[in-house]
Each structure stands twice: as structure tokens, then as C-alpha cells.
Ligand binder design. Structure first.
Ligand code: ADP
Ligand code: MG
Length: 647
């Protein structure tokens, strides 16, 4: 009997093993089938030939045709990486870099981080063995790269635009380097023109017709309109998944919540509706969920930012709901105000969004605006980021890359000449100012603290995690970090406690702190510490005394001073009315003099990250008069002194 049992056991095991084996085999086969079904597949040989014949090639193809996931694999399969060479593919968005790398690793059949990996700012998931690397920061490309793919070129992010100029230059000196510029069906002629008439390889798309519907009148509340539209589709339309475009995390969470609540109320009257959010700050395990197949009998609705416009392709979408908005950064050089406001998206964006509905079958796109608005109120295409950003940052980025001649840098759309020159001068002056700050640090003996504050400010606004369903807990946790002095001190407190916890993930989780951001702050801090070391400034602590920290911050940021005035604040430099951000620890307190880290316009002109500067301004400046005069127009400076004297 016993031998029979054993026999049975082994047989079972073998069967199980075989089953597991064949399951893996089936999975592998189906992956290969999917790969073969993508529009780019029939063009594999033609494409490889074109790459062989040309140093720079522009590749145009409908979103979802396989540019990002397949082309690097073709290159690997045909031996471009022989001899330890590497293939780099740049991505404008972090989520896309991670998710695409995971997908390709799976298709190739390797563990993510081995042969296929990704590298995003402060998170490197690659190893010695990595051959194919998806990265957000293409600027850190290494010498061993044999093919660079500048992906999602049509997005025209600041990094992409700078990369264009850099790569064009590098390619001249490295004839062995291959450059592929991949774009959705937008703007490809311009890319070709910029790269000295590089040929364009077009991958014909397979697109099903998409019916477009407009509203008769403008919608007053587009979020509510989205919720109603999704439910209407769910109840009246044949099977097929649904994709909703909103502008950011908060809206997306609200929308998902409303949908779930209404479904709960309808109960068994309707079939199951799976509601899935996707936005940049969503934890990666949640991000992966949008790709899992919809169980039969139910419908999936993905509520996304414009990340789903071209960067990510979700299979099975038949219905698209487009309220016609996106969040856009803009910058006012005169006032130094950066704004992130919800604005109507461009017609090009709207058309990309609609296209998402016709990938697997004929689809429908519901535009929650009028046909007239589409024609007359929307811009033709989105303005490149370089033209609506703080040029100071562009200059800083280029300088940090060792590019000193900004005026002759080959920009695809050059920023205004005068602004560039002005920023260049400012940069030089600010550099000397920074040194003065470091001197202050050594003088006031609080460099430990100021380094931490600077690092925490550099990852600003992504430290505190505030999920919709735990708002009260999250706010309580945040309140527990409040200490006198303002937001800079709160950030310092968060970092110090995290350090004391041994940089613990669990601690972050319990205190509603984003671990990823903290890790980033720690890296930035290490870099800054290295810098201090280079200029031989001793790192030392103020030992819990706030006064030296206050002096150092005031010295560094005195030109960001604001004075309490009639319910709001007035900036000293431009006499502009501004307000303390409701998230600030000084929101209630409203001290008379503040130093702000940055100005942002969202619903109002807000100061973000504010510091109660006490009564220090005057005493701090006197010893640095000559230097400060160089940086700011003397009039500005007197203005500040004068306003200070008033109080
Ligand atoms: P393109 O870059 O041309 O827009 P992609 O290479 O991104 O196209 O997409 C090709 C296919 O790979 C699409 O069908 C998409 O659904 C699939 N895909 C991409 N990423 C993932 C993922 N993380 N999980 C599952 N499928 C994915
Ligand atoms: Mg792509």
C-alpha cells in the first residue's frame, strides 16, 4: 500500500511539474503570438535594414504599434549589443519607463533588472548584465551605448528637447552611434528637419473607426459628467473597456470613489464595473493592475491622466471619455510665478485620446465639450515645455552638463535670445551667491540641518501621502510633525525622525510619508554633502537651536520675502499679493514676515513651503551688501531694506 501511495505522490508531482511547465510554455507562446500581432512586426526586416543604412532615423507609428516594446528587442535579437554594447531608450514619464521595462523583461523571459532594466531619477533597477535600459534621464547616457532611442519625441518635454541638441552633436563625433527618434503620428517632419533631413520610417497603423460624440452645451461640472457617462456606457453599451482622461491624482481619486459608490448603490442591478486609477504617484503594484485582463461579464474602466494618451497602451479599450482638459505648467518670468493649472488640452491631444478607442475594434469617443469648442477654443497642438518653463532651470541643467555656450546650443525651438542671456548672467551671479550661503553655513554652524532642508525641498510636494480614503489619518500624521518655525522645520523634523527609524519603509508607511521621495531626498543630501566636502566646508549641527537655521535660510532666500498685509501677503520684490498654501504648517499662524520657497498659481497665488523668518532680515544683510548688490538691482535691494525698516 505504502509504495502505491509513494508512487501516486510522485506521479502527481510529475503531473504538476508538467502542468507548470506547459503553462509556462503556453504563456511564452501566447506572448510570442501577441508580439507577432503588433503592427510593427511585419516591418521588422525593413526597419532593421533602414537602421543599418542610416545613422539617424525617425520612426513614426500609431500609439500601441509596438515602438517602445518591440524595436529594442529587434535590435537585441540582431546582435546590436554584441561585445558588451548597450541599448538605451529614453522615456519622458517615470511610470512608463517602469511599466514598459517590466513588460519587455517578461517578453524576453528575464528577471527585471537583469538584461532588461530601467533607471529613473534616484531609482536604478539595472545591473552589470543590463543590455537594454529604459530611462527617464537620457542625459546620463554612457559611452557603451550603441543605439539611443529617443522615445515619445512628440511629447516635447524639456529633457527630450535638450537631448535632441545633445545627441545631434554627439552623433557627429560617434559615427557608430545609432539614433532612433520614435514618435506618435505627430510632428515627424519637424524631427526629420531638425536632424538634417533624417529619413522617416512610417509604421502603418491598424486603426478601427472611432465615432466621436460631442455634448450639445458645455458641461458645468466635467467630473460629474464623466461619472454619469461611464455609468451610461456601462448600462447601455455592448461589452468593452472604458478609458477616462482626467488631469491629476485628486480628480482621479474623486472620480473613482464616486463611481464605486454609485455602483454599490445600484447593487446587483448592473454587472460588475472594475474601477482602476492610473497616475504618476500611484504605487507600482497598483499601476500593474490596469493591464490585467477584464474577467468575462464585467467591464473595466481606467481613470487616467494623459499618461494613457500615448505613453501606455491598455488593450481592450472601446470607449473613451474625454473632458478635454489637462494640467499644464507655465511660468511667468517677470513675477517668477510658476503655475500648474487645468487648461483645455490641444486638438492634437484630443485626437490622440480618441484614437485609444479604436485599437482592437470600432470604438466610440465621448467628448464632454461642444464641437464648436473643439474647433475654436482648443489650440492646434501643445506648446513645447521649453517655452513655458523657468528658463533658469534649463540654464542650470545645461551648465551642469558642462555646456557653457548656451547661445549656440542647437535647440529645436530656441527660447527667446534675451531671456537666455539674462539667465546666463543670473546663473553666474547666483553661483557666487550660493558660495556665500555655504559660507554662512559654516559661520552659523548648522550645515547638517540646512543640507537636510535643501534636500527635502528638492523633492518638494511629494513627501506627504494623502490617500482619499484615509484623509483624516494622513492629516493627523502630518500634524504630528509640526514644529515651530514653519515648513522647512517640519521637513527637517520628518527627515530626522526617518533617520532615527533607520531609514525604515515601515515607518514611512505608518506616518503617511512617501518612501520613494524620502529615498530621493537622502540621495540628494549625499550629493550636497559631497559638494560641501569639495569646497571644504565643515558639516556641523546647530544642536537643536533654530536661530542659526533661520539665519542661513534668510540669507539664502531673502529675496523671497513676503510681508503680512490685509488678509494676505505682499512680496517685497514685486508687491504682488500672495497667500500661504493651506497645506502649510503656518496657514493658521500667519506671522508678519515670511520667506517662501516657491510661488505657484493653482486656484490662487500661493506660497509653497514657507518659513517664519522672525526679525532677522536686516541683521543678515549688512555684512553681504557688496555681494547682494551684484545680484539684484540696487533699487530692489533698497526696496527690501526699506520695507524691513518699516516694521
Ligand atoms: P508604442 O510604443 O508603439 O505605443 P508599445 O510598444 O508601448 O507601443 O505597446 C505594444 C503592445 O504592448 C500594446 O499592445 C500594449 O498593450 C502592450 N504592453 C505594453 N506595456 C504593457 C504592460 N506593462 N503590460 C501588458 N501589456 C503591455
Ligand atoms: Mg511607446
Amino acid at each position: 500500500v505504502s509504495s502505491a501511495v509513494i508512487m501516486k505522490g510522485t506521479q502527481d508531482e510529475t503531473e504538476q511539474e508538467q502542468a507548470a511547465l506547459s503553462q509556462a510554455e503556453v504563456q511564452k507562446q501566447s506572448i510570442q503570438e501577441v508580439r507577432r500581432s503588433l503592427p510593427v512586426f511585419p516591418y521588422r526586416e525593413d526597419l532593421l535594414l533602414a537602421i543599418q543604412q542610416h545613422q539617424i532615423l525617425v520612426i513614426e507609428g500609431e500609439t500601441g504599434s509596438g515602438k517602445t516594446t518591440q524595436i529594442p528587442q529587434f535590435l537585441m535579437e540582431s546582435g546590436y549589443n554584441d561585445g558588451g554594447m548597450k541599448i538605451g531608450c529614453t522615456q519622458p514619464r517615470r511610470v512608463a519607463a517602469m511599466s514598459v521595462a517590466a513588460r519587455v523583461a517578461q517578453e524576453v523571459g528575464v528577471k527585471l533588472g537583469n538584461e532588461v532594466g530601467y533607471s529613473i531619477r534616484f531609482e536604478d533597477c539595472t545591473s552589470e548584465r543590463t543590455v537594454l535600459k529604459y530611462m527617464t534621464d537620457g542625459i546620463g547616457l554612457c559611452l557603451k551605448v550603441v543605439v539611443v532611442i529617443i522615445d515619445e519625441a512628440h511629447e516635447r518635454t524639456l529633457h527630450t528637447d535638450i537631448l535632441f541638441g545633445l545627441i545631434k552633436d554627439i552623433a557627429r563625433f560617434r559615427p557608430d552611434l545609432k539614433v532612433l527618434v520614435a514618435s506618435a503620428t505627430l510632428d515627424t517632419e519637424r524631427f526629420s528637419c531638425f536632424f538634417d533631413d533624417a529619413p522617416v520610417f512610417r509604421i502603418p497603423g491598424r486603426r478601427f473607426p472611432v465615432d466621436i460624440f460631442y455634448t450639445k452645451a458645455p458641461e458645468a461640472d466635467y467630473l460629474e459628467a464623466c461619472v454619469v457617462s461611464v455609468l451610461q456606457i456601462h448600462v447601455t453599451q455592448p461589452p468593452g473597456d472604458c478609458l477616462v482622461f482626467l488631469t491629476g491624482q485628486e480628480e482621479i481619486e474623486t472620480c473613482c470613489e464616486l463611481l464605486q459608490e454609485r455602483c454599490r448603490r445600484l447593487g446587483s442591478k448592473i454587472s460588475e464595473l472594475l474601477v482602476l486609477p492610473i497616475y504618476a504617484n500611484l504605487p507600482s503594484d497598483m499601476q500593474a493592475k490596469i493591464f490585467s485582463p477584464t474577467p468575462p461579464g464585467s467591464r473595466k474602466v481606467v481613470v487616467a491622466t494623459n499618461i494613457a494618451e500615448t505613453s501606455l497602451t491598455i488593450d481592450g479599450i472601446i470607449y473613451v471619455i474625454d473632458p478635454g482638459f489637462c494640467k499644464q505648467k507655465s511660468y511667468n518670468a517677470r513675477t517668477g510665478m510658476e503655475s500648474l493649472i487645468v487648461t483645455p488640452c490641444s486638438r492634437a491631444s484630443a485626437n490622440q485620446r480618441a484614437g485609444r478607442a479604436g485599437r482592437v475594434a470600432a470604438g466610440k469617443c465621448f467628448r464632454l465639450y461642444t464641437a464648436w469648442a473643439f474647433k475654436h477654443e482648443m489650440e492646434e497642438s501643445t506648446v513645447p515645455e521649453i517655452q513655458r518653463t523657468n528658463l533658469g532651470n534649463v540654464v542650470l541643467l545645461l551648465k551642469s552638463l558642462g555646456i557653457n555656450d548656451l547661445i549656440h546650443f542647437d535647440f529645436m525651438d530656441p527660447p527667446p535670445h534675451e531671456t537666455l542671456v539674462l539667465q546666463d548672467i543670473k546663473y553666474l551671479l547666483c553661483f557666487s551667491l550660493n558660495i556665500s550661503i555655504f559660507l554662512y553655513l559654516s559661520r552659523y554652524k548648522c550645515s547638517e540641518e540646512v543640507l537636510t532642508i535643501a534636500a527635502m525641498l528638492s523633492v518638494n510636494n511629494s513627501i506627504f501621502y494623502r490617500p482619499k480614503d484615509k484623509v483624516v489619518h494622513a492629516d493627523n500624521a502630518r500634524q504630528n510633525f509640526v514644529v515651530p518655525g514653519g515648513d522647512h522645520m517640519v521637513l527637517l523634523n520628518v527627515y530626522t525622525q526617518w533617520l532615527e527609524s533607520g531609514y525604515s519603509t515601515q515607518w514611512c508607511y505608518e506616518n503617511f510619508i512617501q518612501f520613494r521621495s524620502m529615498k530621493r531626498a537622502r540621495d540628494v543630501r549625499e550629493q550636497l554633502e559631497g559638494l560641501m566636502d569639495r569646497i571644504e566646508v565643515e558639516v556641523c549641527s546647530s544642536g537643536g537651536d533654530i536661530v542659526p537655521i533661520r539665519k542661513a535660510v534668510t540669507a539664502g532666500y531673502f529675496y523671497h520675502t513676503a510681508r503680512l498685509s490685509k488678509g494676505g501677503y505682499k512680496t517685497v520684490k514685486h508687491q504682488q499679493t500672495v497667500y500661504v498654501h493651506p497645506n502649510s504648517s503656518l496657514f493658521e499662524e500667519q506671522p508678519r514676515w515670511l520667506i517662501y520657497h516657491e510661488l505657484v498659481f493653482t486656484t490662487k497665488e500661493f506660497m509653497r513651503q514657507v518659513f517664519d523668518q522672525g526679525e532677522l532680515l536686516l541683521s543678515c544683510h549688512c555684512c553681504h551688501l557688496p555681494l547682494l548688490f551684484k545680484v539684484f538691482r540696487p533699487l530692489d535691494f533698497f526696496h527690501i531694506l526699506f520695507s524691513t525698516a518699516l516694521f
